[in-house]
Design a protein around this ligand. Structure first.
Ligand SMILES: CCS(=O)(=O)N1CC(CC#N)(n2cc(-c3nc(Nc4ccc(C(=O)OC(C)(C)C)cc4)nc4[nH]ccc34)cn2)C1
Length: 278
């Protein structure tokens, strides 16, 4: 690969210094490491994603995730750095840029007082531009949520975690998933719940839920899951949660605008109102 360390593409495991855990999911986990070939602690900090050594997480999906993130070059999408092979265990890890401020959820909860509407709209526009870039590459993210948005600085956020991302076939407008798996249904558009159909439009729906999280400052007592369950809980009749959710959405119930949401965001101008958002 290119000479300087920044564009490194293969990282040698022997120079990787584990520092701390950064995040965890069903099939993978992300760790903070320092890549320190000189052994003098001057190496760069990197985020390393490993597969959980359980049976379900399969290497093929991880390989697809690596190929996806490697093909993305956008200021509003977390950057691929390279891969690290661990021969002994015949497995590999994904090396990415380390975003020091962590997930958007923790950042909003911690810095709530300091963040005004102007900054909130800046973050929203950056996520929107990241999504626009993904759509220009025919990718559907399928897991757009505040938990998967990372904070690079006080004025920059990036879309991360491409574990569920799919490419829309050239002759279709949507991607149909065969195995719904662990679905984040409270961020899903109705057609994704009922027909496992994912498209640029369903990503826009999820972006609407992310806007709700943003203007709720990711407060856990008004997160989308809790608000939807409160609404559904009132008429639980044995149907599955997802069927109840689709019912209230088809009855045009929507997440209530967060109390602190500015009027111009609360009431989108008419043309945008047709943009189905959560
Ligand atoms: C879903 C399966 S998953 O396991 O693959 N996985 C979880 C996932 C969700 C998303 N997105 N994730 C990505 C990162 C991540 N974090 C960072 N920085 C930081 C910096 C600070 C902190 C922090 O203060 O944390 C504590 C716990 C509050 C001390 C956390 C993270 N930089 C990154 N660069 C590339 C990825 C990446 C973490 N979790 C993707």
């Amino acid at each position: 690969g290119p000479s300087n360390q920044q564009d490194q593409s293969v990282y040698e495991e022997r120079h990787l210094r584990y520092i701390s855990p950064l995040g965890k999911g069903n099939f993978g986990s992300v760790e903070l490491c320092r890549y320190d070939p000189l052994g003098d602690n001057t190496g760069e900090l990197i985020a390393v994603k490993k597969l959980q050594p359980n049976k379900q997480s399969n290497l093929e999906d991880f390989q697809k995730e690596i190929n996806t993130i490697r093909s993305l070059h956008c200021d509003y999408i977390v950057k691929y750095r390279g891969v690290c092979y661990s021969m002994g265990r015949l497995s590999m890890s994904l090396v990415m840029e380390y975003l020091p401020y962590g997930s958007l959820i923790g950042y909003l909860e911690k810095n709530r007082q300091l963040i005004n509407n102007r900054r909130m709209l800046l973050f929203a526009s950056q996520i929107c531009k990241g999504l626009e870039y993904l759509q220009s590459m025919r990718y559907v993210h399928r897991d757009l949520a505040a938990r998967n948005i990372l904070v690079a600085s006080d004025t920059l956020v990036k879309i991360a975690d491409f574990g569920l991302t799919k490419i829309i076939p050239f002759d279709k407008e949507y991607y149909r998933v065969t195995h719904p798996g662990e679905s984040p249904i409270f961020w899903y558009a109705p057609e994704s719940i009922t027909e496992s159909k994912f498209s640029h439009k369903s990503d826009v729906w999820s972006f609407g839920v992310v806007l709700h999280e943003l203007f709720s400052y990711c407060e856990h007592n008004c997160n989308p899951k809790r608000l939807y369950m409160q609404e559904i809980g009132n008429d639980m009749q044995g149907l599955s949660i997802s069927m109840h959710l689709v019912d209230i959405l088809k009855d045009n119930w929507r997440l209530p605008a967060p109390p602190l949401c500015p009027p111009r965001v609360r009431h989108l101008p008419q043309p945008y109102a047709t943009l189905r958002v959560a």
